[in-house]
Design a protein around this ligand. Sequence first.
Ligand SMILES: [Mg+2]
Length: 229
Amino acid sequence: MQKLLLFDIDGTLIRSNGAGRLTLAYALERLFGTSGPLDSYNMSGKTDPRIITDLLTAVGIPAKEIQRQLPAIYELMAEHGQKVFWEKGMTACPGVPDLLAKLAMQDDVLVGLLTGNSQITAPLKLSAAGIDPLQFKVGAYGSDALDRNDLPAIGMARAHQLTGDAFNGNNTVIIGDTPADVLCARAGKATAVAVASGWHAATTLAEYHPDHLFENLSHTEQILEVLLA
Ligand SMILES: [Mg+2]
């Protein structure tokens, strides 16, 4: 039986320096003439469709219309991302390139993504931070579900389709930087690894009782031990 590791992107693998917010503003303003209360909105740990729905319903756009336009919004976000992700200078979080290199050498470990980003934006962000998106063999994305808590089951099902192995909470680890990532791991009955490399302090993350908590992913050996246990 393989082990499935599902990594969040923003704040966990990379720092995006506000570029995600810019792509959202661009897409919503192009299609709707407004990005709603984006400046004061807390995006932490939320999926793109959750964020988009909240911002647009706040200015009276019907949920049905938002739903219908989601693919077009994702397209525009990715289109703008091709430009701003490079301009803004995405960076890999501490320890990430080394950890991924070590994981690539492990048999019986399937490395994947679990992110609120859409499936078309995720690889662009990673590439801009110098991380090869092709090393992630499976993914569960914001474009798959509005609620992040639905994503673990989707990631596990895709991992099963790919390998034929069975995946459940017992052999799945979810690594993320927000309270929402810990809750999402709980929803999938998976092991929750929290990292304070994003916007949340370790003390805040500790309140959600992740199985493991690290300041960042730079202590490679120690982290490998936890991920492969
Ligand atoms: Mg994150």
